[in-house]
Write a protein that binds this ligand. Sequence first.
Ligand SMILES: *Cc1c(COP(=O)(O)O)cnc(C)c1O
Length: 423
Amino acid sequence: ILRPRRASAADAVRPTRAEINLAALRHNLRVVERHAGRAKIWAVLKADGYGHGASAVARTLERAGVGGFCVALLEEGIDLRKAGIAAPILVMGGYYGGAHAEVLAHRLTPVVYDGAQLEAFARLVRAGPTGRTGQTGQSGQPSGPIDVHVKVDTGMARLGVTMDQLPAFADRLRATRELHVRGLMTHLAQGDALLPEETQEQIRLFEQATALLASRGIAPEVRHAANSAAILRPDIALADARFDAVRPGVALFGVPPLLVSDAPVSDGLLPNGLDDGAGLPVSSELRPVMRVRSEIVDVRDLPVGAKVGYGALWRAPRPSRIATIAMGYADGLSRQLSNKGHILVRGKRAPIVGAVSMDMVMIDVTEHAGVSVRDEAVVLGAQEGPLGKDVILAQEIAEHAGTIAWEVLTSISRRVPRFYREP
Ligand SMILES: *Cc1c(COP(=O)(O)O)cnc(C)c1O
């Protein structure tokens, strides 16, 4: 709603925008496919495709051959159908608040994990297509059983049938003829951990859950567990986590998940001898998809001691040239970046100075010869200019802001128009 609707980059009044590189998206899909082996790709496009615009991303990925999509919310699934996506769409979040009929009306595949959901969907199937939607002629649903995916909790403690509840739940599934258990899924809590033990334990429980369903005559055709980290990590042992389908999110957008350690660091060394607690990138083949750029809207020269921004969080230690950029925290540039991190101007980093404000941020361009109003300022992504060539990755911003790249991407707000390019 807040997003300015403009047909092209040239129409944008404010020069702040996110450029989405669809060729990079397709490249990342190929990388993920290579790591996924025989498993099908079910692209995770929650939160508006990790901030990239779910419709355009989904259309591109569908044309490039992904097997299906996963979203967190019913609303997100409906948006993809409205964008013309025909592939299967799995609604993972599952809290429908009574909107089960809408799930079916839009031919979305629900994830189920409690008895009330089974009952609600079964009732809709019994009511038939018209009874289901209340809008005759719209659904086009077959009157037979509907496909569902069952989610089991193997260690995430978020959603899913617990291993304790599973026997009773499986009995109930078997008795619910209106539903066909097409998929079985779980979610890995530590797919990015340096050591694979916890993930291996989750996989062991997932196999146990599979066997338990089999004992009740339920044999899901599609089992899936792996997120980006689990797909891309090099450990051979985790090839088992790929099953029939994988659910990559962040990797498609060019962010390599890190292998991180939560084990106590002893003598400054991690268990495997690595000395860097920050993590180990699992793949360097990925290309960032989003580039966020704005422009310099003001340049001023300040004397030593001059104060910059709200709260005077920065004072000039020397005569300084300060540029104002037309992007602030309401656009998704975290206020945590106050006095931290960089923005690229003329191909070279300029440090952020003072507090990030709602619509603007200031940078120190004292070392940037020839800087002027209307120069491009790159907040995220690469820039080449007269002073050099550099790149600011989502991971770097995340580190400065005390968060993860996932949050950096999904924080770019709806006020920043997205423009799609095919280089
Ligand atoms: C977000 C999510 C994913 C994708 O995670 P990435 O780390 O972005 O690859 C996969 N499965 C579930 C259930 C999720 O919520």
